[in-house]
Structures are given as C-alpha cells and as structure tokens.
Ligand binder design. Sequence first.
Ligand SMILES: NC(=O)c1ccc[n+]([C@@H]2O[C@H](COP(=O)([O-])OP(=O)(O)OC[C@H]3O[C@@H](n4cnc5c(N)ncnc54)[C@H](OP(=O)(O)O)[C@@H]3O)[C@@H](O)[C@H]2O)c1
Length: 288
Amino acid sequence: MQGKTVVITGGNTGIGKATAIALAKRGADVIFTSRNAEKGERAKAEIEAAAGRPVRLELLDLASFPSIRSFAARVLDSTPRIDVLVNNAGLILDRRETTAEGFEAMFGVNHLGHFLLTDLLLPRIRESAPARIVVVASDAHYRAKDGLDWDDLMSTRRFRGFDVYSKSKLANVMFARELARRLEGTGVTVNAVHPGVVATEFAGKDDAKGPIGWFFRLARPFLRTPEEGADTVIFAASSPEIEGRTGRYFADRKDKAPSRHARDDAACQRLWAVSEALVERASQAKAD
Ligand SMILES: NC(=O)c1ccc[n+]([C@@H]2O[C@H](COP(=O)([O-])OP(=O)(O)OC[C@H]3O[C@@H](n4cnc5c(N)ncnc54)[C@H](OP(=O)(O)O)[C@@H]3O)[C@@H](O)[C@H]2O)c1
C-alpha cells in the first residue's frame, strides 16, 4: 500500500479504526473521518501509535449534506490521488431519526450520505485507477426479504429498527453492484463486504436500547474482535488476489452470492435513479 491514499469513513472506532491501523501499517497514507473532534483526535493518536506513521483526521457527518460536501472539497483540494475509498461508517437505531435533510437516518447515513460522498470523490478516484471502492455492507441485507420498500424508503409508515437497518444494508450491496457496472472498464473496482458480527460500538449507547442493543451487549464475548471484523474489508481494499474483481460481495475473504434483490439489476438501477433524485431535490431545497 506504499504510496497509496486511502479514505475511510467512520475510522474513529470499530471496524474502520482497525482498517485504518492495518492499512497505515502497510504504508498507506490514510485519511479517516470522525464526526466528533475529540473522539477523532483520540483515535488518531491510537492509530498512529499502532501503525507507526502519521494519519490524517477529517471531520465528517454523513447525516448532513453540507458536511459531506465540505469534507469532499477538503479532500479534493489537498489530495492528488484516492486509490481506495472505504465506505465504512454506519449505524443502527431502534427509533426513527432523521438527517439534516429530513431522510430517515439509517437510509440517509448508511446509503444516501455515502452515495453523495462517492459521487463527489469519484473523479479523483477514476484519475487514480487502478483504484478500489469498498462498501461495508452486512449479511443483515438477506433479512430484507421483500427488497426495498419503494413507496416508503424513509420508513414513515412502519418502523422496526432491524428491518430498516437491513434495508439500508441491502441498499449498500445494490449500490456497490450498480456502481461496479457503471465503472466497468475504468480500472476502478467496487465490492461490498460483510465483516461478520463484531464487538464494536455498533448498537451501543443510546442507539439501540431495546432487543438489538441487548443482543450486542450479551453476545459481546462471542463476537469477532474489530481486527477480525476488519479482515475482509482490508482484503477487499488491498489484496492483489482480487485485482480487477468487481461487483462482488465478500464475506470471510470469499466471494458469496448476495440476496436475489441485491442481484436484481433493474432494482439496482432504480435505486441509483431514486438516490440521484433525492440528492438533487435536497440540494435544490437548500439552494432555494
Ligand atoms: N458490528 C457488526 O456486527 C457489524 C456487522 C455487519 C456490518 N457492520 C457494518 O460495519 C460498519 C462499521 O460498524 P462498526 O461495527 O465498526 O460500528 P461502530 O463501532 O459503531 O463504528 C461506526 C462508525 O460510523 C460512524 N458514524 C455513525 N454515524 C455517522 C454519521 N452520521 N456520520 C459519520 N460517521 C458516522 C461512527 O461514528 P461515532 O463514533 O461518532 O458514532 C463510527 O466511527 C457499519 O457500516 C456497520 O453497518 C457491522
């Protein structure tokens, strides 16, 4: 990874932080994000101590389009190349919250925020080809048995935290597939990854007080460590073994078939079009 620049969202803790340490150790110039400056500075010190080289911290809140745009502008202004983008940040909530633009928070942060961010960074990623985009998704996407609810993407009618999260992760896998298709022949690969069930800050604190939070707290001793969870993310971001492979879904370093909804190309294209329209409408509303 010497000479390569890697951008990792949500690198202040969990799988993102373990990924930042591992890739910096291999010589990459790592830019990682945190939404909180204090947590970010603490993580920066930890990552640098563990990796033995400096890394760059940038503030980013994926629940705010201005924050995403400002982060992307800072990166584009200061970084001549982006060899790897790891869309890792994510959250599960057991109640309905909204982003600054009014989108349901899991769809808004896990999918839509990354959709906008990837779009803004894409010209630089394309210039840096061969380059990779890694989308940290989840096997939870298999739980979205009926696919996405096109009539209620913002879950206003019916809200069950784990269902809404599962759909946001299905959107991650569908986004990766459609972006891979669009980037065919450019030297930029896009793959989605399942990290396993991992003991991180996920579903912690105030995010999930009900059964989801209980599960993660009780099961904690039996879950993967963040380092184990990061293994397939690191593999997708850096392994020469999968050079050129794109549009895949990896778990435990193996190519795995995602759900039938995630393989439905028409649905993936529809999600792309809907996401574009949502981003455009929100950006327009801001400008008006
Ligand atoms: N843990 C699991 O079992 C598991 C299983 C499958 C998939 N995943 C996926 O793995 C990824 C990483 O999760 P993790 O387990 O490492 O969880 P984590 O320890 O909670 O880390 C999540 C990261 O995302 C950041 N984040 C949350 N909301 C954000 C926002 N609005 N803007 C910017 N950053 C935000 C968090 O920042 P703060 O520190 O400020 O909250 C944190 O840095 C997620 O996409 C998750 O869906 C996790």
